[in-house]
Design a protein around this ligand. Structure first.
Ligand code: PLP
Length: 361
């Protein structure tokens, strides 16, 4: 008997699918929020890693992007993005030269929190003959990178200004990653605004010292609503809202899950069925995935090559059936796939390379 293939029979599995109607809805919701509140949106590419998706978003009106790593910035510039922020520290002579070379091709900026690193970037830019934009990263509570708010940021900005024209001081970044998914929305909002107040107070201290600040950027998907319109913040920088995942959607239901992993049922017993994709295709660093469209089916284990699911009462499941799995973490799942298939209304619209997947440089 032929196994019962019920979704995308022309495609092999496992496979990353991107539902473009959901991407469109998510993009429209974020654009509307930003327009209503008068703030710029810069899209975080670490969640996407795919040049085709960046081009799709550019066509939808998003023209500035940020990223976590230099390789992602290179993919963005190759895709035609004209304004890219590496929202991270770029340290060491090899990377400084790569950053400076990229800055000759587009408006490229980077975060800094260390004077010697500033000197290293300035030397690389002077050697290449480019100008690197610089944002001082301010620690607004995450205790990761960033100088303390206030005077330490002013001192570092003064140091950057000494390096003109190789460096151009753009402004400040303060990102509070630790609060993006706080389940209590009131608590998330209060913590977000307390961090933004530190950032905006730092902006005022710079201006009082005679240093103009063009950009004050921060916030992600989970705090976009709390941050958009906060006086003194010029830009929000969400990324997960484009694709979303099961864990983020639970904390932030405005944005739908556009990324799924198409899988095939390869084994069926009374109390379980088994899918042909495991942790090598579905990241489990943020928790357990869910089965799209089958709310009573429960994932009980994600092994390397298999996901084991307890079907809901009365479920009819056969070997060969297809299931879409919604990962718990979109960014880490995109990092596991070399390509993705963009679909709309059950039909394939495009196949895109995920150029920055599996890269950490
Ligand atoms: C610096 C920075 N900005 C923005 C974001 C975007 O956050 P989200 O994925 O919550 O939209 C991240 C995510 O890690 C980040 O590191």
């Amino acid at each position: 008997m032929t196994p019962a293939v019920d979704l995308y029979p022309e495609l092999d599995t496992p496979l990353a699918l991107i539902d473009l109607d959901t991407v469109d809805r998510n993009a429209a919701a974020m654009r509307a929020l930003a327009r209503e509140r008068g703030v710029d949106v810069r899209v975080h590419f670490k969640s996407l890693k795919c040049g085709g998706l960046a081009k799709y978003l550019m066509a939808a009106g998003f023209d500035t992007f940020l990223c976590a790593k230099l390789n992602e910035a290179e993919v963005l510039v190759d895709a035609g993005v004209k304004d890219v922020l590496v929202a991270n520290q770029v340290v060491g002579p090899v990377k400084a030269r790569r950053l400076a070379a990229l800055a000759a091709r587009a408006t490229v900026s980077v975060c800094v929190d260390d004077a010697e690193n500033v000197d290293e970037l300035a030397a690389a830019a002077a050697e290449v003959g480019s100008t690197i934009g610089v944002l001082v990263e301010v620690d607004v509570g995450q205790r990761r990178c960033g100088v303390d708010p206030g005077e330490p940021a002013v001192a570092l900005a003064r140091h950057i200004l000494k390096h003109a024209p190789a460096l151009r001081f753009f402004g400040l970044q303060g990102y509070a990653g630790h609060i993006q998914m706080l389940p209590d929305l009131a608590e998330r909002t209060a913590q977000c605004r307390a961090g933004l107040q530190l950032l905006v107070d730092t902006r005022r201290a710079l201006e009082a010292a005679g240093i103009p600040v063009a950009v004050v950027t921060g916030a992600g998907t989970g705090t976009a609503d709390a941050a958009a319109g906060f006086s003194g913040l010029t830009e929000i920088q969400p990324g997960s809202f484009v694709l979303m995942d099961a864990a983020y959607h639970a904390a932030c239901p405005t944005y739908g899950c556009a990324l799924s992993i198409l899988t095939t049922v390869v084994s069926r017993r009374d109390e379980r069925y088994v899918l042909d994709a495991g942790s090598k295709a579905i990241s489990k660093d943020f928790g357990t995935p869910v089965i799209k469209g089958y709310p009573t089916d429960r994932v009980i284990a994600v092994n390397e090559e298999h996901t084991i699911v307890a079907p809901g009462a009365g479920a009819v499941v056969q070997v060969g059936n297809r299931r879409e799995v919604l990962p718990a973490h979109c960014c880490a799942t995109m990092n596991l796939h070399r390509s993705c298939v963009a679909v709309r209304g059950g039909k394939v619209e495009a196949v895109w390379a995920i150029e920055a997947s599996g890269r950490y440089d």
